[in-house]
Design a protein around this ligand. Structure first.
Ligand code: ATP
Length: 361
């Protein structure tokens, strides 16, 4: 069991590219921390520095209370599971799982005991005699996890371990990994570019962009109170809508010629900082837009609808810009239908035009 600490960690590759910028992160023991961000934002580089497969350019990494900067990967007591499972094709599942333990000269009986225990947790007892090519993608993934579990690491590092699986299996493995985390009571760090995986699996999420941490918080906080426009747009599918608008001195917000009330938290902030008559980006999630029948809303025209079982996504246009709202699927809309919309005042986000920071912070 171990907590992790990264202080002022930077990574500049030999070609001068800075992949990680001033990372400051505390990961308590037993946390399921998810690193999420777009391709190339520095997730894998950070994970590889924690594993010891990559040096830090500056900054310190602690596992438990131990500074590990100069400790080799094999002595860091971590296990890494990659997207590419890298099982040895000529070895059985049992031998694949035993390999690392044999290298460490673990007694035979103990190897067997640990493998049987891990195989039971993962439900792969009946596969121990098979070779990797005789396994499905999901089974191979479990073996790769099993190989990590038997080493009893203090920290599990996982880099997009589910991305080779089909959509259904991915959903299934997601819940299995959450259960595994509960069973093992070990610190997990999980890298993904998939915001749904991040939202469903993480006890906390670290959102990264261009090598820098944007926000570290529980999924609910990240979703309801994103710190800036990047996090607001990255987390959530379909993504948050952004409108140009301003705060007027009624005090209300004005957007597309329509005035709408502000909630009390934003109102207090506006009063405190005297933000009247200033333009802002207004963020609203698709599910927080309501249809309005009294003629007081913003007028839009339906472009496309998507039926998703209980929900209906409506893509609509206002003054040439496309937005999206979510409603229940009992309603029917067609291309060209006129709609009128309002925002749920409790769910409005305001972002500074220059800094792109949320007014909730
Ligand atoms: P993905 O989701 O695509 O795997 P990532 O967030 O894991 O992306 P990294 O693999 O950490 O991203 O890469 C971060 C940045 O560093 C990228 O722009 C990448 O091109 C760059 N990079 C990675 N390895 C090197 C290297 N050896 N030399 C120079 N630049 C590198």
């Amino acid at each position: 069991m171990a907590n992790l600490k990264l202080t002022k960690v930077n990574k500049i590759y030999p070609n001068g590219f800075q992949a990680v910028k001033d990372f400051e992160l505390d990961i308590p023991d037993k946390e399921f921390m998810v690193f999420v961000g777009p391709s190339g934002c520095g997730k894998t580089t950070t994970l590889r520095m924690i594993a010891g497969l990559e040096d830090t350019t500056t900054g310190d990494i602690y596992i438990g209370d131990k500074l590990v900067n100069d400790i080799s990967p094999k002595d860091r007591n971590i296990a890494m599971v990659f997207q590419n499972y890298a099982l040895y094709p000529h070895m059985t599942v049992f031998d694949n799982m035993a390999f690392g333990l044999k290298l460490k000269k673990t007694p035979k009986d103990e190897i067997k005991e640990r493998i049987m225990k891990a195989a039971t947790i993962l439900g792969i007892e009946m596969l121990l005699d098979r070779k990797p090519k005789q396994l499905s993608g999901g089974q191979r993934q479990r073996v790769a996890l099993g190989r990590a579990i038997v080493r009893k690491p203090e920290v599990f590092l996982m880099d997009e371990p589910l991305s080779n699986l089909d959509a259904k299996l991915r959903v299934q493995m997601r819940t299995e990994l959450i259960k595994l985390h509960n069973d093992l009571e070990t610190t997990f760090i999980y890298v993904t570019h998939d915001q749904t995986e991040a939202m469903t699996m993480g006890t906390r999420i670290c959102v990264i962009n261009e090598g820098a941490i944007q926000q570290v918080a529980e999924p609910r906080t990240i979703y309801n109170y994103p710190v800036n426009m990047f996090v607001a747009g990255f987390i959530g599918a379909p993504q948050m809508n952004f409108f140009d608008g301003e705060i007027v001195d009624t005090p209300d917000i004005k957007v597309e010629g329509c005035t709408m009330p502000l909630n009390s938290v934003l109102l207090d902030r506006v009063k405190k900082d005297n933000l009247y008559n200033k333009p802002f980006k207004i963020g609203i999630r698709p599910e927080d837009i309501r249809l309005e029948s009294g003629g007081k809303g913003i007028d839009g025209v339906v472009e496309v609808t998507e039926l998703l079982g209980s929900d209906l996504n409506i893509y609509f246009k206002i003054n040439g810009n496309q937005y999206i709202m979510k409603t229940d699927s009992s309603k029917i809309f067609n291309f060209g239908d006129k709609i009128s919309i309002v925002f749920d005042p409790e769910k409005i986000h305001l972002f500074d035009l220059e800094t792109e920071k949320s007014l909730y912070y």
